[in-house]
Design a protein around this ligand. Structure first.
Ligand code: AMP
Ligand code: MG
Length: 335
């Protein structure tokens, strides 16, 4: 769930839908969070039914909160036939896992649940349980076979569980963007809980603008904007640890797990925002950077500039938060 990007443009979207100089605005709920979409359409089509149906279908594949979703059934070993979206997210995750040297790992589900960030309540975590799951994570736990009926997953270990939460919102934002593209809509801003993708310009030729939230003191703190950026045919996704965490004995545990140690990450990064032309990629990289921490993320960017370059970090420096924007991100900042 993400709520770290505020749509500044939405303030001006309240005008009547009949006024074609103003974007049509649709809001709703999905994936345990809000969605907010603005678009221009000469035909003034109300796309809410199509949007809701796409998002509900997607939840039937990837939501860990839907008892009989495909991912839950695969995790329980009740199903093995992968639909297109599951297969695409799995392949995508494999690619990002390789790219990030294992910082990103969609087989993290059982560990996430152990710490209580998933749909199950937190159990008392034992070192032995964690270490045994980490050991399994470093082995090949499944393979995919293709036959006439499609792609099947053959799992070799049932202790691990899939969890696409680190890319599901980005992926569904991209699915909606494809739907808008196929309907011939050329100017839109799609935001699911802070995962944003934009296309085209507004009617007054200005860019779509989004705000990136200042780190909150805790999950109950209100939202304030740290910086605002202009989006031109690209996506921005933020991962942060200041809204999703749990506290035990005064220590805050992040919901991002380092697959190398099996433990919640514990470093100075408060949030990472990634801009790229694809929300799935931005979402995956934002999570991976949260695992890597500031120094390793900067090193990674240096050696992978062709893949990811526009990144904004907010980190804790002895109790004060500081920000660091790469030059490519800096160019997008408008305030
Ligand atoms: P995000 O908010 O996009 O950074 O995704 C965080 C969610 O991804 C967590 O709540 C977990 O469900 C899952 N997750 C945690 N650690 C990892 C990891 N190292 N790789 C992939 N997914 C993760
Ligand atoms: Mg993510």
């Amino acid at each position: 769930m993400k709520f770290r990007i505020l749509i500044i443009s939405s303030l001006v979207l309240l005008a009547s839908c009949a006024d074609k100089s103003q974007p049509i605005r649709i809001q709703g709920e999905a994936q345990g969070t809000y969605y907010s979409i603005a678009y221009y359409d000469d035909q003034q089509r109300d796309l809410k039914p199509q949007i809701d149906s796409l998002l509900q279908n997607f939840d039937q594949t990837a939501s860990l909160w839907v008892e009989n979703s495909l991912i839950r059934r695969i995790n329980r070993n009740e199903d093995s036939v992968l639909n297109d979206d599951f297969y695409a997210m799995l392949k995508y995750s494999e690619g990002i896992k390789a790219l990030t040297d294992g910082a990103f790992n969609c087989e993290i589900g059982a560990l996430v649940n152990l710490y209580g960030f998933g749909f199950k309540k937190r159990a008392d975590v034992s070192d032995r349980e964690i270490d045994s799951l980490v050991h399994i994570l470093h082995q090949e736990t499944y393979r995919i076979v293709e036959d006439d009926a499609g792609n099947h997953i053959i799992r070799k270990n049932y202790d691990i569980e899939f969890d696409f939460n680190a890319i599901a919102q980005g992926y569904s934002v991209d699915l909606l963007a494809s739907m808008f593209d196929s309907l011939g809509i050329t100017s839109y801003l799609i935001d699911i809980g802070g995962e944003v993708v934009s296309k085209g310009k507004k009617k007054d030729f200005s860019s779509w603008v989004v705000g990136i939230e200042r780190p909150a003191k805790d999950k109950y703190d209100g939202q304030e904007i740290e910086t605002a950026i202009a989006l031109n045919n690209c996506s921005v996704v933020t991962s942060g640890n200041y809204r999703k965490y749990y506290e035990k004995d005064g220590i805050r545990y992040s919901h991002t797990i380092d697959p190398e140690t099996g433990r919640p990450v514990n470093h100075s990064l408060l949030s990472v925002s990634v801009v790229s032309d694809n929300a799935t990629f931005s979402d995956a990289m934002a999570t991976a950077f949260m695992v890597m921490g500031l120094d390793n993320s900067l090193k990674f960017i240096q050696t992978h500039r062709d893949q990811v370059s526009a990144v904004f970090f907010i980190y804790d420096d002895h109790g004060k938060y500081k920000t660091l924007a790469t030059p490519e991100f800096d160019k997008l900042i408008i305030q």
